[in-house]
Design a protein around this ligand. Sequence first.
Ligand SMILES: [Mg+2]
Length: 174
Amino acid sequence: MKRVSASFTTEISLLCNCRFATVEHYTAAMVLSGAGDALGYRNQLWEYNESGPAIHRELQELGGLKNIKVELPDWPVSDDTVLHLATAEGLATGLQIEQIVSVLTGKTGEELLHEVAARYVEAMKDMDGRKPGPSSILGVSQLKPGEEEGYRVPYNPDGTGCGAAMRSMCIGLK
Ligand SMILES: [Mg+2]
């Protein structure tokens, strides 16, 4: 990650009227996001269970939340955490600083968008047992990182679910 002077960071903070997350904040948010995903996924068992009462009943049968230790092999993360990590890793390249500067100067920050797209394409190779949905599979297959506008995909009117939200939380932390 590129080093940024404290004064530059302060100036950006003032312009954005925001505070930057610390590494501790960032790490905690990423770990908790992955743990929440693993809990809700329950190794494919709860991913498509549409009955909240049934899930709660099964949770009680496991001894409740306090009795669950979220770890492999029983509690893998799903597709969403793999792609959330791809988003975060793209941001961690340091290109985000250029993106901020680009926004301030009116230029586009396409390099970062291509970087994240490339990481999504790569991350799709780690989906065994993670149940990516059809919208995710289609959308990522349409990414062409490195090609003009290759980070854009057409609007998918059949898209459902919450993957976009689950994979973008780390953007708000920057
Ligand atoms: Mg998932």
